[in-house]
Design a protein around this ligand. Sequence first.
Ligand code: ADP
Ligand code: MG
Length: 356
Amino acid sequence: MQTLRRYKDQILGLFSNDIGIDLGTANTLVYVKGRGIVINEPSIVAMNQKTGQVVAVGQQAKDMLGRTPAHILAVQPVVDGVISDFEVTAEMLSYLIRKAQEGHTKFLGPRVAVGVPSGITSVEVRAVRDAARAGGAREVHIIEEPLAAAIGIELPVHEPRGSMVVDIGGGTTDVGVISLGGIVNSRNIRVAGDRFNADIIGHTRNEFKLVIGEKTAEEIKMAIASVASSRDRLEAIARGRDVVTGLPREILITDQDVRNAIGHSVEELLEAVKEVLESTPPEIVADIMQRGIYLAGGGALIRGLPEFLSSALGVPVVVALDPLTAVVRGTSVVLSDLDAYREALVKSDDELVPTQ
Ligand code: ADP
Ligand code: MG
């Protein structure tokens, strides 16, 4: 039965595209089997409020931010780990599915796997499924992001051994413990990249009386954010508007300033990981102690973060190889062997068997 299904999957695969999608709060990535990552753009959709039509998606939409007439609105489909607007998400998904196949359409509609924030409701799952179908997908498979990340990192998710992934994205950080192909414990907190940006904005306003924009804060973070002090001082220029005079001004900001700014949030992140560890069965904690915690998502790239978490928790912490693409790589692995990962997928309502 299983081999039959596998053959069927393989044959159908010849006539259709396999598309993996990571619908992140900050970045959307699309992986097409045989071609790799074909889309890697900000998760932003520009909508015309008068007509309800999508004007642009991704980088093009982001470039429009703040430079458009009032009736063009930039919308993020996923905010704080939840799908904020079904229609926008649907538009975005069908745009991505179409764009991923441009010049490569096949006889049958594609098989699509979508990574979704952990703990999303069944209503939201249905919305994602419907949206992908409306976008032309022949089959839609849904997988929770921490699990997809673990699969993308090639952790032994099927084994009865615990693994822990901390995926620090833009809007949320997902802490997930995985064993036997499923998530056994998880937490989702709103401390992630966007929070660090907000921290930097708040700090420069309070300490230097300078108002900087979100983009500037993010650039500073990527250039010099670190959790542990080192001998080499890192510096960046922050350009903004003086709070008092209202005129443009620039200052030199150091890694120490950024550390002071984000320190509190980093502590919150640490607490969340601690709480998950504390509520995980001891055998699994023992596995994690041995195998270490894996960091994924863009936030994993903050200097010194693995070392900081490791010394605070007493557990080895490593940054996954290519942490920003772990989820989308996981979705494509799932599609390449659906049979092996069937248990890992989020069930649709009609598949759910009521328990006695
Ligand atoms: P999501 O899955 O929510 O879309 P990503 O995993 O794509 O998020 O990560 C995006 C976040 O990572 C953004 O907040 C971005 O500022 C941050 N980020 C990306 N690169 C770095 C870096 N080198 N240092 C610190 N933060 C980074
Ligand atoms: Mg993500």
